[in-house]
Design a protein around this ligand. Structure first.
Ligand code: ATP
Ligand code: MG
Ligand code: MG
Ligand code: MG
Length: 472
């Protein structure tokens, strides 16, 4: 089953069950300054869940393009390291707006996943999770579906108060307990079942998350019951395609095999299993779709996230020995893979290529010099951390976003001196202030630069500061 067939089948299953098929919304959320990018299928329905918007239907289904490369859900640092994370992916989802609740949501999901005329996945390879206090969901899985107790895992809160089984879109907004469906890729792959200390491996992979929306979380953290309990689900298209195609990694599915092939050609590389090619194949999707949705590389906010992703991809090309612009040339391959489902790719192809090429050329001016500086610093290194002064110089003079330097460091088993970087930045800020006291505009735009530098830096730690910056 191709990924395109899977998308079609999913939508057909839910159409036949009374769901309105709704097109994917933009990656740039409309009227929602609290969110960096659309990161789930429910984003376009947020106001419906909150009772602030009404639709003529109470059941919907979609294939939503998503980006998780910044803000609350940030998977950028996972790409190249796990079999299951992308910056850009498609989320298949079904939604109930005060219509059905836990019972039907679980039944639909189970029928689609295991039904012989649908996905027909062997139930013995599946495990599910429920939120530890959600007796209702547990009872549906156990008594109605008949899943044995050892295949249902109760997940509680983490020490920091969060939980994988209590979903929330952002710091505020709709939220509620989850039930997740995991697929076991087999004992030869490292990783433990959900809820175990080793669950972060790639053996049991989460394919579908069912969210039972019961609450609205306020900025003060209070939970108010939603007017009508609702359902929001998200199934990863690429992860499920991997199961259906009998491969373990998302990067081995039809779509990615072709993109990786194209990336290999564009970089004159034959190391088809290199993580650099996987990263490039991942990043072309995020970048092309972000540009198609109107984002432009820049030094702040969404544009800076885009710039960071492009530069990471270009650096991976450089690592493979490609020093000429190549990234832009992958848009054609992407259009072949996804153009039928997303006509905007074809419509905007020339624009996307132009924007990417410009950014590549711009970064090419400083990339090799910056890499030279970094290599020297690494060669001279005493400990395990790239000095903050170097990280800062790479940032300031050579256009290396901090996360890019950290990514290179990580490949060599090194870290970066974050405190030293902060200090160097602080020093620059003070120089800027001193200069402006004398009325000399030596550092025009320094405030803007600081913001984006902080954004890149903090985002690295996954604290979602980019969001705060966008708000502020
Ligand atoms: P994980 O725990 O594996 O990081 P998640 O719990 O963060 O996944 P959800 O927020 O529940 O993911 O999203 C719903 C579904 O979307 C997931 O079950 C998964 O199939 C898919 N998904 C989530 N993040 C990614 C990603 N970065 N790349 C590809 N698919 C993803
Ligand atoms: Mg995740
Ligand atoms: Mg999860
Ligand atoms: Mg989940």
């Amino acid at each position: 089953m191709s990924s395109a067939d899977l998308r079609t089948l999913f939508l057909r299953f839910f159409r036949e069950r009374g769901h309105q098929i709704v097109p994917s919304s933009s990656l740039v959320p409309g009227n929602d300054p609290t969110l960096l990018f659309t990161n789930a299928g429910m984003v376009q329905f947020k106001d419906v869940f909150l009772g602030q918007d009404q639709r003529h239907y109470s059941r919907a289904a979609s294939a939503q393009r998503c980006v998780r490369a910044g803000g609350k859900h940030n998977d950028l640092e996972n790409v190249g390291y796990t079999a299951r994370h992308h910056t850009f992916f498609e989320m298949l989802g079904n939604f109930s707006f005060g219509d059905y609740f836990k019972r039907d949501a679980i039944r639909f999901a189970w029928d689609f996943v295991t039904g012989s005329q649908w996905l027909g996945i062997d139930p013995r390879r599946l495990m599910v999770t429920v939120y530890h206090t959600d007796e209702e969901a547990y009872a549906v899985w156990h008594q109605e579906i008949g899943l044995p107790a050892e295949r249902i895992v109760r997940i509680g809160d983490k020490p920091d108060g969060g939980s994988d089984n209590f979903w929330q879109m952002g710091e505020t907004g709709p939220c509620g307990p989850c039930s997740e469906i995991f697929y076991d890729h087999g004992a030869d792959i490292p990783g433990g079942p959900p809820g175990s200390p080793e669950e972060d491996g790639d053996r049991w992979i989460e394919i579908w998350n069912l969210v039972f929306m019961q609450f609205d979380r306020s900025a003060q953290g209070e939970l108010t019951p939603l007017p009508q309990p609702s359902v929001d689900t998200g199934m990863g298209l690429e992860r499920t395609a991997a199961v259906m195609q009998g491969v373990h990694s998302n990067y081995e599915i039809d779509l990615f095999v072709n993109l990786i092939q194209a990336a290999a050609q564009a970089t004159n590389s034959d190391a088809l299993d290199s993580s650099s090619l996987r990263v490039i194949a991942d990043h072309i999707r995020a970048c092309a779709f972000l540009i198609a949705d109107g984002v432009y590389p820049s030094n702040e906010g969404r544009g800076y996230v885009l710039r960071r992703i492009i530069r990471r991809a270009v650096r991976h090309g450089y690592k493979l020995g490609q020093t000429q612009p190549f990234f832009y040339s992958l848009v054609g391959a992407l259009e072949r893979e996804m153009g039928a489902a997303y006509p905007e790719l074809a419509a905007q192809r020339a624009h996307i290529e132009r924007v990417l090429r410009q950014e590549e050329e711009r970064f090419a001016e400083t990339l090799s010099q910056g890499m030279g500086l970094l290599e020297e610093a690494i060669a001279a290194l005493q400990g395990k951390e790239i000095p903050g002064e170097t990280v800062f110089r790479l940032y300031d003079t050579y256009g290396f976003p901090v996360d890019l330097t950290a990514d290179i460091a990580r490949e060599r088993g090194l870290g970066i001196d974050e405190a030293g970087f902060e200090a160097a930045m602080q020093a620059q800020r003070e120089r800027g202030r001193a200069a402006s006291r004398f009325g000399v505009d030596l550092r025009a735009g320094v405030v803007l630069q600081e913001q984006t530098r902080f954004g890149g830096y903090d985002d690295l730690a996954g604290t979602g500061t980019v969001l705060t910056l966008l708000r502020g």
